[in-house]
Design a protein around this ligand. Structure first.
Ligand code: HEC
Ligand code: HEC
Ligand code: HEC
Ligand code: HEC
Ligand code: HEC
Length: 171
């Protein structure tokens, strides 16, 4: 019995050490969840309301504009004129709509200005949003799933025989 407990204790210590190492590598550099002007629950919209990612993030399938983009307040009101109209968050949305104010979402992912990224070729090549952004469909709030260091881009480009000369990603 004593030996079994010793083994269990040893396993726990080893697992804790691994967790600490993993945390040291990803923990400090990943941003904590950001304060958004309005808590937007992806899970409800993707799972319950069955809205497609590209309905709201139209830029992901277009050659121009360069950014994935956010939906306009008007697009939200397409449903929320009626749906959950009595909730405080939706009343805030309605006020923004009626006063013609945009909602200034805080960016979660942002590459430095000298890097050129387009969603369209990646979506066309068959990659899923989750491959780069993690499981957005099931979360209440989006947080950064990974940091796009240069090697992350290069690794995938090389394994998929995509172009990887400097000028592809740098202006
Ligand atoms: C296709 C329809 C549709 C669109 C478009 C839509 N929503 Fe929703 N939304 C829903 C449904 C359905 C619910 C769940 C309502 C419920 O709980 O009864 C919901 C719930 C919410 C809630 C949670 C409300 C609460 O406090 O319970 C928020 C906040 C919200 N939506 C914000 C937005 C914003 C911001 C946009 C635009 C970016 C948007 N929605 C676009 C259908 C939609
Ligand atoms: C009804 C509209 C709607 C749908 C559907 C939707 N999103 Fe969003 N998405 C938003 C809004 C609004 C924000 C800004 C608020 C936030 O970051 O939480 C956002 C933020 C994001 C972000 C963070 C962007 C950044 O860097 O600031 C990612 C990544 C994202 N969505 C991916 C997805 C994926 C993947 C799907 C499908 C599984 C999806 N979204 C479906 C409205 C939507
Ligand atoms: C190959 C990796 C990759 C895939 C696949 C991908 N994204 Fe992104 N996404 C990024 C990167 C990198 C950024 C940051 C771009 C920047 O800062 O210029 C980003 C930024 C965003 C943003 C922030 C707002 C903006 O205008 O840039 C949203 C929203 C977003 N992605 C949604 C999606 C959705 C929805 C899908 C699936 C249809 C998707 N992404 C697929 C890598 C990816
Ligand atoms: C999951 C794999 C993957 C990741 C991660 C990825 N890419 Fe790509 N990327 C590809 C593939 C595959 C193509 C080629 C698509 C095609 O053949 O049109 C591509 C194409 C591109 C293109 C268009 C190249 C051209 O021929 O015009 C640019 C620009 C680009 N990627 C930039 C980036 C940047 C910047 C990052 C990191 C922030 C990144 N990619 C991350 C797989 C990836
Ligand atoms: C597939 C896309 C991609 C390609 C190809 C690429 N880079 Fe980058 N590069 C990035 C991204 C994304 C960043 C920003 C993230 C980071 O700093 O790690 C970056 C950052 C940099 C930086 C700034 C580093 C810093 O600390 O600020 C330099 C310098 C650089 N790249 C040089 C190059 C050179 C030289 C080449 C060609 C040999 C090249 N890159 C090819 C994606 C790419």
């Amino acid at each position: 019995m004593k030996r079994v407990l010793t083994v269990i204790a040893a396993v726990v210590v080893v697992l804790a050490a691994f967790a600490a190492i993993a945390w040291a590598q990803v923990g400090p550099i990943l941003k904590p969840s950001l304060e958004q002007p309005l808590l937007f629950p992806h899970s409800i919209h993707v799972r319950l309301a069955s809205v497609d990612c590209t309905f709201c993030h139209r830029g992901t399938t277009q050659v121009t504009p360069l950014s994935a983009g956010y939906p306009s307040v008007e697009q939200c009101m397409f449903c929320h004129k009626v749906v959950a109209a009595d909730r405080p968050a939706i009343q805030k949305l309605r006020t923004a709509f009626e006063t013609n104010q945009p909602i200034n979402w805080v960016r979660v992912y942002r590459l430095p200005d000298h890097v050129h990224f387009l969603h369209e070729p990646h979506i066309r090549a068959g990659f899923d949003c989750a491959q780069c952004h993690g499981n957005v469909a099931d979360v209440q709030q989006v947080t950064q799933a990974q940091i796009f260091r240069m090697w992350v881009c290069l690794d995938c480009h090389r394994t998929n025989n995509a172009r990887s000369d400097c000028t592809v990603c740098h202006y």
